[in-house]
Design a protein around this ligand. Structure first.
Ligand SMILES: Nc1ncnc2c1ncn2[C@@H]1O[C@H](COP(=O)(O)OP(=O)(O)OP(=O)(O)O)[C@@H](O)[C@H]1O
Ligand SMILES: [Mg+2]
Length: 356
């Protein structure tokens, strides 16, 4: 939005008198800074927002076809990056809190609104939404770079260093055939070198698998999780129960990568933080939705749950933030439940069926 252009407001409001009032405040007294289109029902508002072209939505929660927070959730899902300011008669702190948590930019109560408050709220809502979008774009880019970097490292370890090691091992076996020509020192050094080369090869393999399972693209999620989970269980000593539905099938590549990363990070967190000796990884597939749950029976997260943002909250690393951001980008959710009995990370992603 350039400053010279008028701010395009979608006013979702079924009360004609209030529509008149808002138009009066924004359009008549607004010196051309605002245009206001009104929609009298949620259905009308949803088709208007989908058609695009608005800078901000002013949303009444009580509409003929929808009420309370449900009105906000449905508008939020359709509005994309367009900020929403709630403007309602409902002076209810609980609804206000819920709406702000779910991403409303402001919550205004009708009989407390005057011209300057309304204009300020709209302007700040647009600014904040632009900043949030920039931040989201930046995290999306960072996650993508992290993925590319891990993939590049995995490929280099696999195609470069691992090949050199394989050549080294072959040379060592040639030398072994000439053992007799060596003295006792030479034979011991050779045997030691063989063991060393084997250990390097196996560590390298583990490392490149941890960075990026080489077969994820080829075999899909269902094809690689078992090997990954088995490998994790072997290395960590944590017994992991794995449940993958037989009909999981292939999912879009970004969905497979995102779910794989969530599983990987959750298992890493279990190993590092939970103290649990067991874990369970469960994939589910429903209509247009794919779910992943990773659970442990460990000590739970210290303090408040991450994301609650309150004081005393867990100091978030990159792990949980990254999982949340990946889910957000793909239109999904990440929920974490944690207590003294353990922690459950639950990810849900919508997906479109693709041809097998
Ligand atoms: N399964 C778990 N059990 C107990 N605490 C956990 C668990 N998962 C996460 N936590 C707590 O939540 C915090 C944040 O986790 P997060 O993955 O975001 O960061 P991290 O693991 O500390 O660092 P990194 O950025 O390397 O992932 C952890 O430091 C830990 O205190
Ligand atoms: Mg972590």
């Amino acid at each position: 939005m350039s400053t010279a252009e008028a701010t395009r407001v979608l006013l979702v409001e079924d009360n004609a008198g209030f529509v008149y009032l808002v138009r009066d405040l924004l359009v008549r007294k607004g010196h051309g800074r605002f245009t206001v289109d009104a929609a009298g029902s949620l259905a009308e508002a949803l088709s208007a927002i989908r058609a695009g072209g608005f800078d901000v939505v002013l949303l009444d929660l009580g509409l003929p076809d929808s009420r309370r927070i449900e009105t906000f959730s449905r508008m939020r899902a359709a509005a994309g990056d367009t900020p929403i300011v709630i403007l309602t008669v409902l002076n209810d702190d609980e609804v206000a809190h819920e709406a702000m948590k779910a991403g409303a930019q402001d919550y205004l109560v009708k009989d407390q609104v005057d011209e300057s408050l309304l204009k300020r709220s709209i302007t700040y809502a647009i600014e904040r939404a632009a900043n949030q979008k920039a931040l989201h774009d930046m995290s999306a880019r960072l996650l993508q770079l992290q993925d590319e970097e891990r993939r590049r490292l995995a490929r280099e370890l696999h195609d470069g260093t691992a090949q050199d090691l394989a050549a080294l091992s072959m040379n060592l076996s040639v030398l072994r055939r000439h053992m007799d020509a060596l003295g006792a020192d030479g034979r011991a050094a050779l045997a030691d070198s063989v063991v060393c080369a084997e250990r390097c090869a196996s560590e390298l393999k583990t490392m490149s698998h941890l960075l990026y399972p080489p077969l994820l693209e080829e075999m899909g999620l269902a094809g690689v999780v078992k090997e990954y989970v088995d490998g994790f269980a072997d290395r960590s000593g944590i017994a992991v129960e794995l449940d993958v539905p037989a009909d999981l099938g292939r999912l879009p590549p970004e969905t497979e990568t995102a779910l794989f990363r969530v599983m990987q990070e959750s298992l890493a967190n279990i190993l590092r933080h939970s103290g649990s000796s067991t874990a369970a990884v469960r994939f589910t597939r429903g209509a247009g939705e794919i779910g992943l749950e990773v659970n442990d029976k460990g000590r739970g997260m210290p303090g408040e749950l991450p994301g609650s943002g309150g004081p005393g909250g867990v100091l978030l690393g990159i792990g949980i933030r990254g999982m949340r951001e990946r889910m957000r980008q793909l239109g999904g959710r990440l929920d974490i439940a944690s207590g003294p009995g353990g922690t459950t990370v639950k990810a849900v992603l919508p997906f479109m069926e693709i041809e097998q």
